[in-house]
Write a protein of this length. Structure first.
Length: 335
């Protein structure tokens, strides 16, 4: 079954064709991240306008690279929630028009379920149930994936998402957007023990909190400014990266130990972080759990993951009507 996936929930306009939920025939991404960098973060209206400009070409390229025509596509899957609403609506409306004009079924896909489905692209043997941490720019969850379309949230961030914390710290350190790769790059030249940053206390065994950690970084910068002292950006980036990845990996490993999970997974934009991947590799080996992470190209936003999840939503009978609307927020375990 050939599914055309469309993704436009943040600053990536993406389209892809995936066969039977695992075989990627094409994956095209047009990103406005470079332009957003001028403003230090994503400006929603700019994101929406770029989606409108890029979406037709991106979808056409995805079909061309897959060597397929619209007639050969079996269904159109689109991210309908959660995300920047103006951005989401561009993809939803385009997908509706395409599904209507071609007479193909329309499949609404939850963006975070898509991030989880990125795992099936890199690990075709992986099947639910498994435990997964989904860490992106807007969400940080620990979920039990009980089936392809059934999720149980065990923990979440009580304030900032992990990617958001990377982005904010990056801005404080003058490193630009997106923050994750920028902080990571600076951290490579730094000493992670140079600054002592806190591990915030949080209610809920599997919950995380990053707002205090982000504020601690800001305080170091502000206090140094007030005293006329200089800070080492690389050392502070390294200390922050070490602490946040330690918190994330420890929480996932704790949930894995508690639930005796034989398979643990990481997904979402933050899954591209090398230190986090290394820490989880070591931790998973210690508790003898199998660890699955998407290849780097499927960690950040892409449409192949949306087409992959679209396949399982289709099999579960989750088809959308032409009255499908976009939603800014929606829990991953929605029914
Ligand atoms: O999943 P994603 O592409 O978009 C959302 O759904 O939000 O995640 C984007 C987030 C951004 O906050 C970005 O800074 C972060 O993922 N990110 C990283 C890395 N690459 C991207 N965070 C840490 N380390 C990275 N290498
Ligand atoms: Zn995402």
């Amino acid at each position: 079954m050939y599914i055309l996936g469309i993704e436009s929930s943040c600053d990536e306009t993406a389209a892809a064709v995936v066969k039977d939920g695992t075989q990627v025939l094409s994956s095209v991404i047009a990103s406005s991240a470079q332009e957003q960098n001028l403003y230090g973060g994503v400006v929603p209206e700019i994101a929406s306008r770029r989606h409108i400009e890029h979406i037709s070409t991106t979808v056409r390229q995805a079909l061309e690279q897959a060597n397929l025509t619209m007639e050969q596509i079996d269904a159109v899957a689109v991210t309908f929630a959660p995300g920047l609403i103006g951005a989401v609506l561009v993809g939803v409306n385009f997908a509706k028009g395409l599904a209507y004009a071609s007479g193909k079924p329309l499949i609404p896909v939850h963006h975070l379920r898509g991030h989880v489905a990125a795992l099936y692209l890199s690990h075709p043997q992986l099947k639910p149930p498994f435990l997964c941490m989904v860490a992106s720019g807007g969400h940080s969850h620990i979920v039990k994936v009980t089936d392809y379309t059934k999720f149980e949230v065990l923990g979440r961030t009580v304030d900032d998402a992990a990617g958001e914390a990377f982005d904010k710290v990056s801005r404080t350190l003058g490193l630009g957007y997106p923050g994750g790769p920028a902080v990571s790059k600076a951290a490579q030249q730094g000493n992670r023990n140079a600054y002592k940053l806190p591990t915030p206390h949080v209610e809920g065994r599997y919950n995380v909190s990053f707002s205090g950690l982000k504020t601690a970084v800001m305080n170091v910068v502000n206090q140094a400014e007030m005293k006329g002292e200089s800070i080492s950006v690389c050392d502070l980036a390294a200390s922050f990266e070490w602490r946040i990845t330690e918190i994330l990996s420890e929480k996932l490993l704790l949930a894995a130990k508690d639930t005796n999970a034989p398979v643990i997974c990481l997904a979402g934009g933050v899954a591209a972080n090398h230190l986090l991947r290394e820490q989880l590799e070591k931790g998973a080996a210690k508790i003898k759990a199998e660890l699955c992470m998407p290849e780097l190209k499927y960690c950040g936003d892409n449409a192949a993951m949306i087409a992959a999840q679209g396949y399982y939503e289709y099999l579960a009978g989750n088809i959308g009507g032409l009255d499908l609307n976009g939603l800014a927020t929606l829990p991953i375990d929605y029914q």
